[in-house]
Design a protein around this ligand. Sequence first.
Ligand code: FAD
Length: 476
Amino acid sequence: MSTRIPHYMIVGGGITGLSAAFYLKKRLESAGAPFRISVVEKSSTFGGKIHTIEREGFVIEKGPDSFLARKRPIIDLAYDLGLEHELTGTNPGAKKTYIVRQGKLHRMPPGLVLGIPTQMTPFMKTGLISPLGKMRAALDLILPKRDLSADESLGHFLERRLGKEVLQRIVEPLLAGIYAGDTFKLSLKATFPQFRAMEQKHRSLILGMMASRKNVSEESAHLPSAVRNSVFVTFKKGLQTLVSGLEEALKTVDLRNGVGVVSIRKMGQHQAEVIFEDGHSEMVDGVILTTPTYQAAQILADLPAANQLKKIDYISVANVIMAFDRKDIPFELDASGFLVPKTEGRTITACTLTSAKWLHTAPDGKVLLRCYIGRAGEQEWPEWSDEQLVSKARHDLRELLGLKAEPLFTDVTRLMHSMPQYPVGHLEQIAQFREELAAAMPHVLIVGAGFHGVGLPDCIRQGKEAAWQLADLIQN
Ligand code: FAD
């Protein structure tokens, strides 16, 4: 008599899905349990938002380019895959960051952490904030904490602690790189719960952030020594290294690309039916769904609670890569880049001096820049052609940096509906959704950037947690 081998399916082959598959395989193997795992990915390649290309000796990231070193899950995964020697940190000679104010670049005062001042002297000297704005920010030191159990918007929280100027001129442009969002619509609890915890513990956000800086050396103890002094880390040949490492580790698994899932339905007590775009269907014993939430809402359309997922908006962003000869660059390459606040009315939201920040990304004598376009309230760009995007980005670089040279080449990436916006009340809505999903389909789990953190480390953590949860469900 043959024993049926349980079949588990991961839907979506981005970093969340690949991590889920990796940790599920690891866990079931160590338990000695029989299993079959399939990863099904709609597009032609794995990695989702991660997309590195090599061109004429440049290493070009078309999606994410690095991650926060202090976040454990991605470093642990690098060790698990034997890739820790491939990690690299930022160039110590390019630590400065600039912010545009009235068409001029101002150095971001040293000591800002996520835009919150932790050193008062450089903050008090900056030309980015008016004397009144600085006094308003300093009020954070004495303002009482607000005892709120309910969520509030990130913008509202930061404005009441630090005032409008710091919010608009420093914090918002900085955070735009992570969410591209409207801070007055983003949930504080879901995006920066640490800010809220600091207010509760220290009353002042500035004092809380200063206290948290004391633990920085402990936070980097897990890092390989070569990257211990870097806040951001990536891989020498780009983030694709991580995707290739996962694909290699999963080569005994059924990895399928070019296969879209259209629907998942409950079948009996312990199984689900996964229906594919080509019409065929498969019965599985467990599913981890990792697509963006608007796609998950369609896949789970039979479940009334799936409507909750439609409340999570996604912003579209583009980036324009430009390569130059070093001799054509009329400015110092001693900074990681600059940010452009919304109030400046420009097309680009930021520019990374990529080859200054990451020395491995350009051959000798060449320079790589990356301009970002699109954020909440600036969503007209998808109507522009690639040529228009390049021309508008070059116009901004000409005015802000005096850069007139013709690029050696350009590369435009359009990331439509790519940045999830956690609305106020997000965590409560998601908890309620999960409860209903668990009641209706206990072996279908759902995780990914649309839920509990958009950064790569958070996606890996979510994938791993879902893998462990599924393994526990199956084995009990
Ligand atoms: P995705 O990468 O979106 O993967 C989901 C996968 O599901 C996709 O491959 C998709 O094709 C597939 N799929 C969709 N529908 C179906 C279907 N019906 N059937 C089967 N498969 C389907 N984070 C950082 O930490 N550092 C950074 O520097 C950084 N920069 C970023 C820059 C940009 C421009 C963007 C957009 C994001 C950035 N992020 C960064 C965030 C991070 O890249 C993402 O949050 C993360 O990669 C999302 O991973 P995921 O697996 O959850 O989702």
